[in-house]
Design a binder for this molecule. Structure first.
Ligand code: PMP
Length: 425
């Protein structure tokens, strides 16, 4: 069948609701490693990684081999029915890697399930209802996860999620006018004015915000939150769905802060492209709920577990944590060189932790005034030049670079030169 993007888009628009949107008007034909080809044969360098999923690239041979081997035994049994070894092995490895002494882990399918279950466990353990999250956060699209999520457009619009006991305080972004002291003061006000801290089950934070714009919570801020949680018996929950699995140059971004959380929500990159998520927790906390409280029909699917075990092997054997730092440094210095050069759009803040790199597009050089429209145009132009880029950010003016950690220097260079083209004024 002869297919082109335009015809497929017309079919798509007829059959799918507009709410199920796709960033770019392109239909994929094939993807491998850090490269993608569309149905018309156009080539793209992948700086999106399927939203931070393909840390080990598309179809990593070791991941493919593990899935194929698992397919020869069984595809689905249902963990609530019979146990399977790849699930247990994965949890054993996750609790070794997690910055929590004495941990246990369990698996789900999506990131939203991971964050919702984190809250459910924290509520059970503490016997309290309150949950504090941050502006600009993204925790998922289901109702509780959406209530925790701190961005109206296009997520919460029209369905303001009413979930009792979920409150948001400002995430600190110094160059947009909110300091860490401002955030901590807002939390203090929340505890004085709205909900007593002894009614709060969890404070939930992304150590580096993903959809919110790759803003990092500093080690000092994470430590301050840990202390507040300790002082009031609150569970400290980190959402590492986007920042985990080596993206920031450490296995978990929380490790940069030197604190131990009570619960860690994980997902995205862990399944090597197959849907898989999980929750790691301090044993006392995650072991509190009774049998049957945690789980799901597809939770910890055996194929996804086999893939995830291979992902862990690849991260280790290919030294992807060090590679994340090298890639990140290269992208950041490329952007720093480009900033202020003649004929380039005005760039604002450039930031990154490991290979979680982002930059802002501003209306005037030397300011931090967001230009969300120009940011959208950059992503569209990048697509024309053969580069997949995802805009994000609380102010809509951030471009994130989430290249696979397995990207070769050569493909990275190609991607960066296409990026330079997309940033031409
Ligand atoms: N938490 C974070 C930090 C995320 O980035 C995302 C997805 N972008 C989610 C939770 C939700 O994951 P999912 O889409 O798999 O439900």
């Amino acid at each position: 069948m002869n297919m082109n993007n335009k015809e497929l888009l017309a079919r798509r628009d007829k059959a799918l609701p507009r709410g199920a949107a796709t960033a770019l008007p392109v239909f994929v034909k094939k993807a491998t490693g850090s490269e993608i080809w569309d149905v018309e044969g156009n080539h793209y360098v992948d700086f999106a990684s399927g939203i931070a999923v393909n840390n080990t690239g598309n179809l990593h041979p070791k991941v493919v081999e593990a899935i194929e081997a698992q397919l020869k035994s069984y595809a689905h049994i249902g963990f609530p029915v019979l146990s399977c070894e790849p699930y247990v092995r994965l949890c054993e490895r996750l609790i070794e890697l997690a910055p929590i002494s004495d941990a246990k882990a369990t698996l789900f399918t999506t990131g939203a399930e991971a964050t919702e279950n984190a809250v459910k466990v924290a509520r059970y353990y503490t016997g309290r209802q309150g949950v504090v999250t941050f502006t600009g956060s993204f925790h998922g699209r289901t109702q509780l996860a959406l209530a925790m999520t701190g961005k109206v457009q296009p997520l919460r619009t029209g369905v303001t999620p009413s979930q009792a006991g979920v409150y948001q305080v400002p995430f600190p972004i110094e160059h947009h006018g909110t300091s860490e002291q401002d955030s901590l003061k807002a939390l203090d006000h929340l505890f004085r004015a709205t909900i007593s801290p002894d009614q709060v089950a969890a404070i939930v934070i992304e150590p580096v915000q993903g959809e919110g714009g790759f803003y990092q919570a500093s080690p000092a801020f994470m430590q301050a939150l840990r202390k507040i949680c300790d002082d009031h018996g609150i569970c400290f929950v980190v959402d590492e769905v986007q920042s985990g699995f080596g993206r920031t140059g450490k296995f978990f971004a929380t490790e940069h802060a030197g604190v131990q959380p009570d619960l860690i929500a994980i997902g995205k990159a862990m399944g090597g492209g197959l849907p898989l998520s999980g929750l790691i927790g301090r044993s006392e906390v995650i072991d509190a709920p009774p049998p049957g409280f945690l789980g799901g029909t597809f939770a910890g699917n055996p194929l996804a577990c086999a893939a995830a075990n291979a992902v862990l092997d690849v991260i280790e054997s290919e030294g992807l944590l060090a590679r994340a730092n090298a890639i990140g440094q290269k992208i950041q210095s490329f952007l720093t060189d480009l900033k202020g050069a003649a004929g380039v759009l005005p760039l604002g803040d450039i930031r990154g932790l490991g290979a979680m790199v982002a930059f802002e597009i501003v209306s005037e050089a030397g300011t931090h005034t967001p230009d969300a429209d120009a940011t959208k145009r950059v992503a569209a132009k990048a697509k024309e030049l053969g580069l997949l880029l995802l805009p994000c950010g609380y102010y809509g003016n951030t471009i994130r670079v989430s290249a696979p950690l397995t990207i070769t220097d050569e493909i990275l260079e190609t991607g960066l030169s296409r990026l330079a083209g997309a940033l031409k004024a």
